[in-house]
Design a protein around this ligand. Structure first.
Ligand SMILES: NC(=O)c1ccc[n+]([C@@H]2O[C@H](COP(=O)([O-])OP(=O)(O)OC[C@H]3O[C@@H](n4cnc5c(N)ncnc54)[C@H](OP(=O)(O)O)[C@@H]3O)[C@@H](O)[C@H]2O)c1
Length: 338
């Protein structure tokens, strides 16, 4: 089989398509013939050497796939054979075949293409955990979605709209028309102006009840300032550090130094909350995640979960796919196909 290998830390030139032996299904596992694999910002940070959770290099990245079950191991329901599925993979997803625990595999919704199905797991589980599970967003409330035009951003928008909350979102200006068409109430250009005064003006100086922030560093302090009374800040990424080589390492150190410290008494007196989410640290909670998947798949069948694939790249174009995200060209999801 062919797979996309991140050979070492570096720019997109370190990505290579290499041949490898087909995997076998161990006990409790299935092997999926991969038709589409999601690309995530974590794959880029891993290539840059800035992702502490990434496997040792050389490695095959990939947290999610859609495909067809072609082998089942001991203890796995044999009727899964030949079924179209979507799965969470703990790396190695960007390959023609992947072995994965049967508890991480879910039926592919019939109305979605393999590419659309591969766009669901990471983006929608992250957004669901941030907005519903930990953020407790309610109909009467408002939410600020940073990077609203990205993969997690669009997923969060679908969920916030379903809840009925008022939505604010930061994004590059070129994505605003698209975001309005997807239902975002208030797009904010954060690249050419300071977004906080704009948000304050739009909310009559009150702020919002929920902010989800994947940018990190000093940006988390600013997002905290955007909270209304009873507001919650969900932190879930440090994309501000993204860069190759030494520059990336320095940006990561800077981001760490500039992160705010939240004092419990400050939270208490301001009626605010701060929480963090790392989906990659949920593998031991597969039952909880399966329940979230169920809610998301219900959303697919009801039509309010609408995975949006911006662009599909062949494995050989993995470098172009990475650049597409790094250069902020993507609206929603980028998917790799074998
Ligand atoms: N903790 C978790 O469990 C978890 C799970 C999934 C994702 N994440 C994090 O969530 C963020 C979004 O992930 P994603 O996979 O959905 O990616 P994405 O948002 O589709 O990624 C790219 C978009 O992010 C924006 N962006 C902001 N800062 C950027 C930078 N320094 N370089 C490039 N783009 C930047 C750009 O949009 P604009 O044009 O609007 O600037 C760009 O189009 C990442 O930080 C990721 O690490 C965390």
């Amino acid at each position: 089989m062919r797979q996309v290998v991140t050979t070492r830390n570096g720019g997109v030139e370190v990505l290579e398509v290499q041949n490898a032996t087909n995997p076998n299904a161990g006990s409790g596992e299935v092997v999926i013939d991969v038709r589409a694999a999601g690309l995530n910002f974590a794959d880029i940070l891993a290539r840059q050497g800035l992702y502490p959770d990434g496997p040792k290099k050389p490695c095959v990245m990939g947290y999610e796939v859609a495909g067809v079950v072609e082998k089942v191991g001991d203890g796995v329901d044999p009727t899964l054979l030949g079924q179209p599925v979507v799965a969470m993979t703990r790396f190695r997803g960007q390959a023609e075949k992947v072995a994965v625990g049967a508890n991480q595999v879910f039926a592919k919704p019939g109305g979605l293409s393999f590419e659309e199905a591969a766009a669901i797991p990471v983006n929608y589980l992250t957004a669901y955990a941030l907005l519903v599970v930990m953020g407790g967003l309610r109909k009467s409330e408002s939410v600020l979605i940073h990077n609203a035009g990205g993969g997690v951003g669009l997923a969060a928008l679908d969920i916030a709209r379903h809840i009925g909350a008022t939505t604010y979102g930061t994004a590059s200006l070129g994505k605003h028309a698209f975001l309005r068409a997807r239902g975002l109430d208030h797009p904010i250009d954060y690249r050419n102006q300071d977004w906080l005064p704009v948000l304050k003006q739009l909310t009559n100086d009150r702020g919002v009840e929920l902010v989800i922030d994947p940018i990190g560093g000093a940006h988390w302090k600013k997002s905290y300032e955007a909270l209304r009374t009873t507001g919650r800040l969900g932190v879930f990424g440090v994309s501000t550090a993204s860069a190759n080589g030494l520059k990336g390492k320095l940006k990561l150190v800077k981001a760490a130094l500039q992160m705010p410290r939240f004092h419990p008494l400050g939270l208490l007196n301001k009626n605010r909350g701060v929480f963090g989410l790392n989906l990659g640290h949920m593998w031991h909670e597969s039952e909880k995640v399966a329940e979230w998947v169920q809610a998301i798949m219900t959303g697919v069948s009801e039509g309010w979960i609408r995975p949006y694939v911006d662009k599909t790249f062949a494995f050989e174009q993995a470098g172009e796919a990475h650049s597409y995200l790094e250069l902020r060209k993507n609206k929603g999801k980028v998917v790799l196909v074998p």
